[in-house]
Design a protein around this ligand. Structure first.
Ligand code: ADE
Length: 226
């Protein structure tokens, strides 16, 4: 899979790309590339944003700057690009990321994530240059970079090769295998610590009963979430 991030801060992703599970995914042929918006701006002095028409605080990312960056990087009109690959604007008001959305993205061969800064994007970027919007939650970050890392992390860890066999992503919180419920509780050695005991059933070796117990705890947690 090819993950591209359009950002004013490509340096942030150097740290991210160095983390073990990301390195593993990249070693398996997946790609994480960054596109530096400022490097590609057609405006003088590295300008990328401007004051909002109609007034108000903050700065808005310009549509001509985003158009030029995408056109230069992909060598095609960005209005066609969004038909060829998912081009996603990261914005607090977008479609909220959940496990189903992550699975949808994991199934794509190529995804481009656009990071906003300041007050966000000129709305014409969203209308004409992107296929989707995505929010990592209903709160405002100072830019899309951390949101992009959340998306890349959630997607890359599901790809073959990112996790070791012992860390399978199949039966985990919110997965279809757990009917969308949070994961059951885990325990490890010691079996007793300060009088706090591991549930007897997990030490019993009765696999079917353990499976039933785990399903029940997982469903309980869903109930507790409301
Ligand atoms: N940019 C700023 N806040 C964001 C959020 N909550 N989700 C995605 N992108 C953002």
């Amino acid at each position: 899979m090819q993950l591209d991030v359009v950002t004013l801060f490509p340096g942030w992703f150097e740290w991210f790309a160095g983390q073990r599970h990301v390195r593993n995914a990249l070693a398996h042929g997946h790609e994480l590339r960054t596109v530096d918006l400022r490097e590609r701006t057609p405006l003088s002095g590295g300008q990328v944003d401007d004051t909002p028409f109609g007034g108000g605080a903050g700065m808005v990312l310009r549509v001509d700057v985003m158009d030029a960056a995408l056109r230069a990087f992909y060598g095609q009109d960005p209005t066609d690009l969004r038909l060829a690959r998912r081009v996603i604007a990261l914005t607090p008001g977008g479609r909220v990321l959940d496990d189903a959305f992550v699975d949808e993205l994991t199934a794509e061969p190529a995804v481009t994530l656009l990071c906003g800064r300041y007050e966000g994007f000129d709305e014409r970027i969203v209308e004409h240059l992107v296929s989707d919007t995505l929010s990592v939650g209903r709160y405002v970050l100072s830019g899309g970079e951390l949101a992009a890392m959340v998306v890349c992390d959630a997607v890359l860890r599901k790809l073959p090769g990112a996790l070791g066999r012992a860390e399978s992503a199949v039966e985990e919180s919110f997965s279809p295998a757990l009917e969308g419920a949070p994961e059951y509780p885990h325990y490890t050695r010691p079996a007793e610590y300060r009088g706090w005991k591991v549930p007897e059933i997990l030490l019993s070796g009765h696999h079917e009963e353990i499976r039933r117990w785990r399903r029940a705890r997982s469903r309980e947690r869903r109930g507790a979430q409301g």
